[in-house]
Design a protein around this ligand. Sequence first.
Ligand code: ZN
Ligand code: ZN
Ligand code: ZN
Length: 526
Amino acid sequence: MAANINEDTQVDDASKKVRLPKELTFQDMYNNQDAFDEDDEDDSDWEPVQKHIEILKWFCTNCTMVNLDDVFLCDICGEHKESGILRHGFYASTFSPEVELIQVESEATGSEKEIWSEASASNCSTAVGFDERMLLHSEVEIKSHPHPERPDRLRAIAASLSAAGIFPGKCCPIPAREITLEELQMVHSSEHIEVVELTRQMFSSYFTPDTYANEHSAHAARLAAGLCADLASAIFSGRVRNGFALVRPPGHHAGVTQAMGFCLHNNAAVAALAAQAAGAKKVLIVDWDVHHGNGTQEIFDQNKSVLYISLHRHEGGKFYPGTGSAFEVGTKGAEGYCVNIPWSRGGVGDNDYIFAFQHVVLPIASKFAPDFTIISAGFDAARGDPLGCCDVTPAGYTQMTHMLSTLSGGKLLVVLEGGYNLRSISSSATAVIKVLLGGSCECELENIIPSKAGLLTVLEVLKIQMKYWPNLSSSFEKLQLQRAMYSVEKKHKQVKRRRVFEPPLWWRWGRKQLLFHILTGHFHLK
Ligand SMILES: [Zn+2]
Ligand SMILES: [Zn+2]
Ligand SMILES: [Zn+2]
């Protein structure tokens, strides 16, 4: 992806200086297109300024975004400069120093069998896959900005589950193991696996400018995939009812041959094949990470036995990774087994997600009738996420999990993907696990009113997928009427709105991105 953009830039204006792909992908992740264009200009006039101006800044513990020193609350997420978010909780206090982590590694292997037998004996219904060794995967190189995919993500979720008495507590652990080469080869090419394994011998390495590895990364990635595979077979065989894979590095951008977008091995794909190895005929993967799971789509593109449905920001291909238009429906006889719901803008909230679930995800999923369901659960569409800039609340995630929990006889595995605001991912993941544990949800599904953009996206998807899923056509006709009514109503509302004009959140985020760009792009500070 980074390379492609780089080529395009050069074709457009070959005389401009060649940009480092390092900046490209990172800026792209922040969807910082405007500032990025501006940076294409020759910025040599900035040189003298660099040497004299010193701007003090701090990075938010909760969301990693940069703030000016005289600001005390993070401009993006509101977290305090001296946030103590990581000081609380079981995992945060006990296991954060890396020396102790390595000790945990050697102790863990001996006790695996005991944990597993304890788990099955305790008659628990929801399993959680977690292992502290996945915290050892971290970026070594000190960059101008802390990497958002950081070990604290798992620490924060684990601490919040622990504080809620969920895990340890109501959920049982499953022992971790590295995924075998044979299992990985069903998803990835041997070359890809080899390249990832090679990073074990390197202190620091990069697959793409934003996809790092250290000497522990390959181990962490194989533990993550192993946990997902074992959860899938434990759930499918009925040893546990459902499960949550609290894993990293994430997986859904990892394709057959490449690691990218912070992902090394495709955990959800490995889980799908493990479920099939255990006897599942049809597997559904719903990907609600704010980014398109290009890797998962590629892996199952020609496979009718795995239905992939993704909801993501797309914006005509401008949002990372650029794939996932509604017209990508699967190939070579598997048309209709890939369903993309591409949002055309940021700020998408609960109403649009639940609306899309009602009119696209559930009708198709019910018709498909899976034996096993996987959620590629990134929480970067959550309110307050610095990369996703959407507006899904824990109640929204509760609702969506609830809607999927009745499929495939409740055999449901939730796999963590992205999500970078520690508070948002903790509350969202906790909400999801509460549904897995059988918690009720206040369902008010009758009057979901989508945004106009959301309605248009759903209509576009229905129009394309109707060919493969004829049961969608009644919904399509009904919604077309609603669309006509919607534009009439909207006109009335707009008249009222003009009187109380509030600057939208987007405007503030736009300013923020500009600040980020100025601080990291032009002034190279330490
Ligand atoms: Zn913040
Ligand atoms: Zn997605
Ligand atoms: Zn994501």
